[in-house]
Design a protein around this ligand. Structure first.
Ligand code: PLP
Length: 449
């Protein structure tokens, strides 16, 4: 089929039949969108013939780009050998077993067990049931409350959306009543006159205050991303995580690190928990575990929780038809094989990310850039009306949405959250490709100013 000739027909069918996630459905039905039909290395192509540098690694998942054929081949082989069997009823399959072992090896030392899901959302749902089961088995059934952060994104199911702190999502379905939210550590927006270190301590201590308010005997867990991603790539002040860790340790609160974006090299080490010195009892992963090529997520269960679950007796009443799907696990294994057999994470951390972060800081002098923040291959530019006062852009002015659209039209895929431009390029970018990203971003910023 000549795809290009059929672009108009495809777009028409898409508008007629396809409801898109996180999209203004009326607008899409009227105007349609871009149909992506091919990708290689760090570039995507659409049916109109445009080639775009993917500054977002898809949806923060294709960390190794689009040309990792060994993953595709592993999936194909697995589909021929054993396309499906479930992991219920005392059954298992080889890729799931091998991936569980490999994950135990690459994740921090406290993790030896994994529960597989198909997505990050389901993994965070799983966290809720794991935590409730853990405290029930310990004879503390009143410990049921979760604390999370405003503007956090932990997924789209009703439970994961409740753990998240995105107000518009809460408005579109009533969520769980046992989740409470504290502020995110967004120094630029909320720090006022405080220095970053002092602000980091202050905002971390909101957790302590919330535990006091709700009762230590009722709060079960605190969930957070090491670096909040969809919430705006919020880089925490250095003081933040040590204080959060202290509070959780002293108060018998489980710490859940949601590593769905941070995991597998994004922040410079294998996991964001390692970058920030966090020791969680539970850890959510998804996305880059298969380099985005197959749906797979899960929860790494630390020894403290696993020991109780494994000695508690009675059924853990939770599972998904595709938990530990053999083809998805084969994709995960092939991805880990690439990561473990190469120095991609180290090269990105030591050579590519420093170049990326240094070049981004050239925009600090740009008239509409209030702050440049980032860690590893992860960054945001906060756009402002007034750099000195940090005054926000007026709603009617050209802002981050306009800037994103200009960048996209100019061949660079980046995203916007609030007034921030956000980026998470593949770890396999070269420094020359980072320079192309910077050049295209600069043009979009100039067009927006
Ligand atoms: N947690 C975080 C931190 C995420 O960024 C996301 C998705 O972007 C999720 C959970 C949900 O993952 P999924 O979209 O695979 O359900």
């Amino acid at each position: 089929m000549d795809i290009k000739a059929d672009t108009a027909a495809l777009r028409q069918l898409d508008r007629a039949h396809h409801l898109h996630p996180f999209t203004d459905l009326q607008d899409y039905a009227e105007h349609g969108g871009r149909i992506v039909n091919r990708a290689e290395h760090i570039y995507i192509h659409d049916t109109d013939g445009n080639k775009m540098l993917d500054g977002m690694s898809g949806l923060w998942c294709c960390n190794l780009g689009y040309s990792q054929h060994s993953i595709a081949e592993a999936v194909y082989r697995q589909l021929r050998e054993l396309p499906y069997y479930n992991n219920f009823f005392k059954c298992s399959n080889q890729p799931a077993v091998e991936l569980a072992k490999a994950l135990a090896e690459v994740t921090p030392a406290q993790f030896k067990h994994v529960f597989f899901t198909n997505s990050g959302s389901e993994a965070n749902d799983t966290n809720i049931r794991l935590v409730h089961r853990y405290f029930d088995l310990l004879g503390k059934p009143e410990k049921k409350l979760f604390i999370s952060r405003k503007n956090a994104y932990h997924g789209s199911t009703i439970a994961a959306g409740s753990l998240g702190g995105m107000a518009p999502m809460h408005k579109q379905a009533i969520g769980l009543t046992y989740v409470h939210h504290i502020n995110q550590p967004h120094w630029f927006e909320n720090g006022g006159d405080l220095g970053e270190a002092e602000y980091g301590l202050q905002v971390a201590r909101e957790l302590e205050a919330k535990i006091e308010e709700l009762g230590e005997d009722k709060v079960a867990a605190f969930i957070a991303e090491p670096v909040q991603g969809a919430g705006g790539v919020i880089i925490p002040p250095q003081t933040y995580w040590p204080e959060i860790q202290r509070i959780c340790d002293e108060r018998d609160i489980l710490l859940i690190a949601d590593e769905v974006i941070c995991g597998f090299g994004r922040t410079g080490k294998w996991f964001g928990s390692e970058t920030y010195g966090i020791k969680p009892q539970l850890m959510t992963f998804a996305k880059a575990i298969t380099n985005g090529y197959m749906p797979l997520g899960g929860v790494m269960v630390g020894d403290q929780v696993a020991d109780v679950l494994l000695s508690g007796g009675g059924e853990f009443t939770h599972g998904l038809t595709y938990s530990g799907h053999p083809a998805a696990c084969a994709a995960g294994l092939a991805t880990l094989e690439i990561l473990r057999g190469s120095d991609i994470i180290e090269t990105a951390a030591e050579q590519i990310a420093p170049h990326f972060q240094r070049r981004l800081r050239e925009f600090e002098g740009h008239p509409i850039v209030g702050q440049v923040r980032g860690q590893g291959m992860f960054a945001a530019l906060e756009l402002v009306a007034n750099k000195a006062s940090r005054e926000r852009l007026a709603p009617e002015s050209r802002g981050a949405v306009f800037c994103r659209d200009r960048a996209n039209s100019n061949g660079l895929m980046v995203r916007q959250t609030g007034d921030a431009m956000i980026m998470a390029p593949p770890l396999v970018c070269s420094t020359d490709e980072i320079d192309i990203l910077i050049e295209k971003l600069g043009i979009a910023l100039d067009e927006t100013a």
